[in-house]
Design a protein around this ligand. Structure first.
Ligand SMILES: *Cc1c(COP(=O)(O)O)cnc(C)c1O
Length: 363
């Protein structure tokens, strides 16, 4: 059933005051504050998608035997709405998020939400809470979090017969308020994030749950993020817990190929194309931790950066592993990294022309 339900608008009679909202927007952080509304759409076996509503942001009431709480049938997305120089608002590649959401749904045995319904739900929420989209300039945005959970009650193990799709929104400040800061990476040589044939390519909470212990270990080692290796040979570099990786060899940039255990980032994909516009060669390839260390030390690997919707592009300045540590690019953000970061952000915020058709203007 692929009918697109119309979203019924039931806005809040008591949204936050302008002053309260402005106070939050002055220092939003990330994922700490939520806008006045949310969109919910239900799915029931035999009936498909129905009851699409925009309502005041509110807690869900949930049966303790809701299947999501026990068997983790959950998927999510993350995308940003930016204020453009002319004051209008646009989303960046929401159809790509919608398509990936369908891919994740298939893998988790959940129903696929039509692409146009996903985008319409995001549009409706941003339009309603448009005052929550920060001003143009800086790197602030309104982060959208579409997600889907099982909504059947019971402890029997099977795909649920009811689901709930929800979109919430949270204002996000500049990821690096004091300027771009390189992060340190812990190379996880034992713990893996995802396995061949598993759910690594799906955007699902389970992958994050699997990554938290290694993340805590990284923090103990004084590192910001974990880099995961493949689960079979424990040598091929895959990605971070929530960001893809790029390796810069002069004017050639390389990102680990999508083997099925990596998440296909939309930022990663955008950079593959944007890099070519800027005169770099961009390719997908394979790289071991030994390659990473050797090429850093002999200077051929000039920069490394991570990329994803939340931080856009984050330079890597230090790598630590069981066998020691090495500095990457003198611990400073590299030239190629910063150039790609600015080019991508300029398209996302409307400061530069978008020749790729990635911008989704709010109708
Ligand atoms: C979301 C995510 C990314 C980045 O994807 P974008 O579409 O660029 O935001 C990378 N890795 C993992 C594991 C993710 O969940």
């Amino acid at each position: 059933m692929t009918t697109t339900p119309t979203i019924e608008l039931k806005p809040s009679s008591a949204p936050l005051s302008d002053a309260e909202r402005e106070a939050i927007l002055a220092n939003p952080g990330f994922g700490r504050h939520f806008t006045d509304h949310m969109v919910t759409i239900k799915w029931t076996e035999g009936r498909g998608w129905h009851d699409a509503e925009l309502t005041p942001y509110a807690p869900l009431s949930m049966d303790p035997a809701n299947m999501t709480l026990h068997y983790a049938q959950e998927i999510f997305e993350g995308l940003k709405a930016y204020r453009r120089p002319d004051g209008t608002v646009s989303l960046f590649r929401p159809e790509s998020n919608a398509e990936r959401f369908q891919l994740s749904a298939r893998r988790l045995a959940m129903p696929e939400l039509p692409v146009e319904t996903f985008v319409a739900a995001c549009d409706a929420l941003v339009r309603q809470d448009i005052d929550w989209v920060p001003e143009h300039g800086g790197e602030s945005s309104l982060y959208l979090r579409p997600f889907m959970i099982a909504n059947e009650v019971g402890l029997g193990v099977k795909p649920a017969n009811e689901y709930l799709f929800i979109v919430i929104a949270s204002p996000a400040g500049a990821y690096f308020p004091g300027g771009v800061r390189p992060v340190s990476i812990w190379l996880s040589e034992d713990r893996v994030r995802a396995v061949p044939g598993g759910i690594g390519f799906a955007k699902t909470g389970g992958n994050y749950a699997a990554s938290l212990l290694a993340q805590a270990e990284a923090a103990e080692k004084g590192c910001d993020q974990v880099a995961y290796l493949d689960a079979v040979e424990h040598k091929w570099v895959e990605e971070l817990g929530g960001m893809n990786l790029y390796f810069v060899y002069g004017d050639r940039i390389v990102t680990p190929e999508l083997t099925g255990s990596l998440l296909a980032g939309i930022t990663r994909d955008s950079l593959l194309r944007l890099a070519e516009d800027l005169g770099y060669t961009a390719e997908e390839g394979r790289l071991t931790i030994d390659d990473w260390r050797r090429d850093s030390e002999n200077g051929t690997l000039t920069e490394v950066f991570a990329c994803g919707t939340a931080a856009v592009i984050t330079p890597v300045g230090l790598v630590k592993s069981r066998d020691g540590e090495w500095t990457q690019s003198d611990g400073k953000p590299g030239e190629v990294t910063l150039r790609l970061r600015k080019a991508l952000l300029d398209i996302q915020t409307g400061a530069a022309e978008d020749v790729h058709g990635w911008t989704h203007h709010l109708g």
